[in-house]
Design a protein around this ligand. Structure first.
Ligand code: HSE
Length: 438
């Protein structure tokens, strides 16, 4: 049988990895797919560089629309990124009857509803394994492997840049700004790292996982997003003393008590004894808890040329196996049948329930601790642990660290405002959320 023909839009880091792995492992991949898979056309604005990568094995064009217009092309891989031209090209490819493989988490988290609807109407597949956690097959796990379960929660380190920065801050005791510069010098952080360090990239990925886990539409605009830019080395140190590590987690959790879903990205204290707390450097890991399977953990490289190519090619193989199947019998894009998605609300951050870590810079005088604990008690917030550093000689002020039991965010915000107003609280209170992930 003639190989399935693929057109590649954008041959940067992931595109060249995809081309190289597909070429290197073509025989193994053909045996698995039941048919050869060939990238026969590549579109890239940098035609010269693209030609250097593909040689005479594929036709290189500058205009992506030449690929979309080619009736010989069965699958289009979109590796351009962003929401602009990528959205237009993906929709055009779908309308031209092409299946689409994309690594574009931003595009799907924001425009997924439109794109999946267009694909269903046209009877084509949009596959996106590479969009979340790079080489880790977490989409496959959520969509197929865990299909028997009511997923309780998903929590992941799904941004390698920020995990690298947090690991360095902890290892070297350095502040965020210093480590960011070093990460940029080493190529672990982009020149414009905003999407990574502000938690936006992780929120795109968490949004996709929430849809797959709970059968809700993708709703990036409902995600609560906090990055790591305000995190201080002191809090990493105190957390360590209390047996916790701080990780930027993307969390999606079902809340049957209020009939909603929590969807949030923020720095999170995690018990140091958990495997996920020990995921270091640029590595990614995702935990999924299902009612039947219990807690599962998926670990690997969340970015990079060939790890991400591994996910892109897995999608190519899936589409090659399934493209002749009746569209009604394919695996649904978001794990649940499209007409079975529910409008279960994504909860506001005030409704989220977590435990908290608080750091208060206080005057070292009598009654300070009791005035703080009285506010917490009156707000129905229970204290789990307290750590008070001995004040330095002659300093007359100190840090009080409090771990609370789980409480509603809204109650904690109100209590924080009261504590902040105390004359003995001398600096803005640091509050971080804590998850046991048990
Ligand atoms: N910038 C991402 C990260 C990789 O640092 O993990 C692509 O999503």
């Amino acid at each position: 049988m003639k190989p399935i023909q693929v057109g590649l839009l954008g041959i940067g880091t992931v595109g060249s990895g995809t081309f190289n792995v597909l070429t290197r492992n073509q025989e193994e991949i053909r045996r698995r797919a039941g048919r050869g898979i060939e990238i026969t056309m590549v579109a890239d604005l940098n035609v010269e560089r693209a030609r250097e990568i593909v040689g005479d094995r594929a036709r290189v064009v500058a205009d992506a629309r030449e690929i979309i217009a080619n009736p010989e092309i069965d699958i289009v891989i979109e590796l351009i990124g962003g929401y602009g031209i990528a959205r237009a090209l993906v929709l055009e490819a779908i309308n031209a009857g092409k299946h689409v493989v994309t690594a574009n988490k931003a595009l799907l988290a924001v425009h997924g509803t439109e794109i999946f609807a267009a694909a269903s109407a046209k009877g084509v597949m949009v596959a996106f394994e590479a969009a979340v956690a790079g080489g880790i097959p977490i989409i496959k796990a959520l969509r197929e492997g865990l299909t028997a379960n009511q997923v309780q929660w998903v929590a992941g380190i799904i941004n390698g840049t920020t995990n690298f920065i947090l690991s360095e801050m902890r290892d070297k005791g350095l502040d965020f700004d210093v480590v960011l510069k070093e990460a940029q010098r080493l190529g672990y952080a982009e020149a414009d790292p905003t999407f990574d360090i502000e938690g936006v990239d992780a929120a795109h990925k968490a949004t996709l996982m929430s849809a797959l886990a709970f059968g809700i539409p993708v709703q990036f605009d409902k995600a609560h997003v906090e990055g790591i830019t305000k995190l201080a080395a002191a809090d990493i140190r105190y957390a360590e003393q209390l047996g916790y590590r701080i990780k930027l987690l993307g969390i999606a959790k079902r809340r049957d008590d209020v009939g909603g879903i929590e969807l949030r990205v923020h720095p999170t204290l995690v018990p140091a004894k958990r495997l996920i707390a020990n995921v270091e450097g640029a590595m990614n890991a995702v935990m999924v808890q299902g009612d039947a399977v219990g807690t599962t953990l998926y670990y690997g490289k969340g970015a990079g040329s060939e790890p991400t190519a591994s996910a892109v090619i897995a999608d190519l193989v899936d589409i090659t196996r399934l493209h002749t199947a009746d569209p009604d019998h394919r695996v649904p894009h978001l794990a649940f049948q499209a007409d079975e998605l529910r409008d279960t609300p994504v909860l506001s951050i005030d409704q989220v329930r977590t435990a908290f870590y608080l750091r208060l810079r206080v005057a070292d005088q009598k009654g300070v601790l009791s005035s703080i604990t009285s506010i917490l008690a009156a707000s129905d917030i229970s204290i789990d642990a307290v750590l008070q550093r001995e004040s330095n000689e002659g300093e007359h002020q100190t840090d009080v660290i409090i771990l609370t039991h789980e409480t509603q965010e809204g109650a904690m915000r109100a209590a924080l405002a009261q504590m902040q107003a105390l004359p003995t609280v001398l600096a803005p209170i640091v509050s971080l959320r804590k998850e046991e992930l048990a």
